[in-house]
Design a protein around this ligand. Structure first.
Ligand code: EPU
Length: 416
């Protein structure tokens, strides 16, 4: 297993380029199951979860290739089974359920189970698909789904679930008649998936709103598509500039999709300016603590919560973070405390009292965004921080240590 070593205290300067979005690429790859004909994707980040998805596509009967940041997929002989070995390593595997039912009328997908950031059930995916005519049985740890051709339905989500909306959008694209999804997730990654499906011939309208309308079509064809840039990776680098007292040009930054984040960063005293092909970011004087509540898009993203908490750890005054999306997404708190942070947890609320200086220590990554927060805190800390279990980081940040060392950070990988 690898660990990351960070020698902090260096202000970052220079240009850093954002990669393609993990959370857009994952559902888009699963949507390739719907295509009759080859699909060519560009701006696909080279990440562990992407490799896992491509392996899953292979098992489900696609021929895939991945070279540089280009991935291709062509369905040859579809098979309905997504095995536990793959699903357990990546919850997003459950996104093959909608496409398999739409194409084959059957699916056997391992139940994803819990994960480090909470229970994360898939009941809303299943309820929606049932409304479209699918029937499910849970047996031996697998979801067994059967359906004829799926039928359009009017579905109102209890909660704007990102994965649920994506699964249903894919299923509805090949269903008979119209599907209306209300209280749908508005995340930009859902919009990117809808745009991709439309490029394959789907008829989806309402992208970016909470009501999506899908007119089912008989078939979808192959296409070429560029995956959107990763707003969470971009947000992480905005914080990296602020927390080190440096100045960065963050290129290919989806700034509009980061509205809630840039709003909070400005409130904290970070200066941000959108330029032609990048966002310029630097702190203006001391960073100040703020109050943040995570919400579905366009609210403040849960995926930026841990990174902003790292910044609050070195801010003037007190800030708070209320986590409303996941019930257990504060595992980074204990690790940040090892670096000298002063954080009190009260249920789903973290109260952060800023300290003058974090001090490097050995810490352990527990999930993807928690790992990012430890890297950020390590960049700000004096001395040496060693972050173990960084395989979490490799799931979501393409070449993070290369990108950060390119702008002056002292960060490298070692074998544990
Ligand atoms: N939920 C249910 N039932 C369901 C579905 C969701 O109760 O059927 C609950 C979940 O347990 C959770 C909340 O609803 O408490 C939100 O879940 P959602 O379905 O919106 O999230 P997701 O699709 O599982 C995606 C991202 C996450 C991101 C969330 C929220 C992907 C592959 N994952 O997860 O990304 O945090 O949306 O924005 O797109 C990450 O990248 O680090 C990450 C965890």
């Amino acid at each position: 297993m690898d660990k990351l070593i960070v020698e902090g205290g260096v202000p970052l300067h220079g240009r850093i380029t954002v990669s393609g979005s993990k959370n857009a690429a994952l559902p888009i790859l699963m949507a390739c199951l719907l295509a009759e004909g080859p699909v060519a994707l560009s701006n696909v980040p080279r990440l562990r979860d992407i490799h896992t998805s491509l392996r899953l596509l292979d098992i489900l009967g696609c021929e895939t290739e991945f070279s540089g940041n280009e991935a291709t997929s062509c369905v040859t002989n579809l098979s309905p089974e997504a095995p536990y070995d793959l699903v357990k390593t990546m919850r997003a595997s459950v996104l093959c359920l909608g496409p398999l039912l739409a194409r084959l009328g059957e699916a056997r997908v391992a139940l994803p189970g819990g994960c480090a950031i909470g229970a994360r059930p898939v009941d809303l995916h299943l309820k929606g698909l049932e409304r479209m005519g699918a029937e499910f049985e849970l047996t031996e740890g697998y979801i067994l789904g059967k359906s004829g051709r799926l039928k359009g339905a009017h579905i109102t989500f209890d909660f704007p679930t990102v994965g649920g909306t994506e699964n249903l959008l894919m299923a509805a694209s090949l269903a008979e008649g119209e599907t209306i999804l209300e209280n749908a997730a508005r995340e930009p990654e859902v919009t990117d998936l809808a745009n991709f499906l439309n490029a394959m011939g789907a008829k989806i309208t309402g992208q970016g709103t909470s009501v999506l309308r899908v007119q089912g079509v008989e078939k979808l064809t192959g296409c070429s598509y560029r995956v959107m840039p990763d707003r969470i990776e971009a947000g992480t680098y905005l914080v990296a500039a602020a927390i080190t007292g440096g100045e960065l040009e963050v290129a290919d930054c989806p700034f509009q999709e980061l509205d809630a984040v840039s709003y909070k960063l400005r409130e904290m005293g970070v200066w941000l300016e959108e330029r032609d092909d990048h966002v310029l970011v630097r702190p203006e004087g001391r960073i100040r603590g703020v109050d943040v509540v995570t919400q579905p898009y366009p609210g403040f993203p849960t995926d930026m919560q841990a990174q902003l908490m790292a910044l609050m750890c070195v801010a003037d005054g007190t800030g708070s973070i209320e986590e409303k999306i996941f019930e257990n997404r504060f595992m980074h708190v204990q690790e940040l405390a090892r670096l000298g942070a002063n954080i009190t947890l009260k249920g789903r609320m973290g109260i952060v009292r800023g300290v003058d200086q974090l001090v490097g220590a050995q810490v352990m990554a527990s999930d993807l965004r928690a790992s990012a927060s430890l890297v950020l805190a390590g960049l700000a800390a004096s001395g040496r921080t060693e972050i173990s279990r960084i395989y979490h980081l490799d799931r979501g940040y393409e070449g993070i240590e290369d990108k950060l060392s390119g702008v002056g950070a002292r960060i490298w990988r070692e074998k544990e």
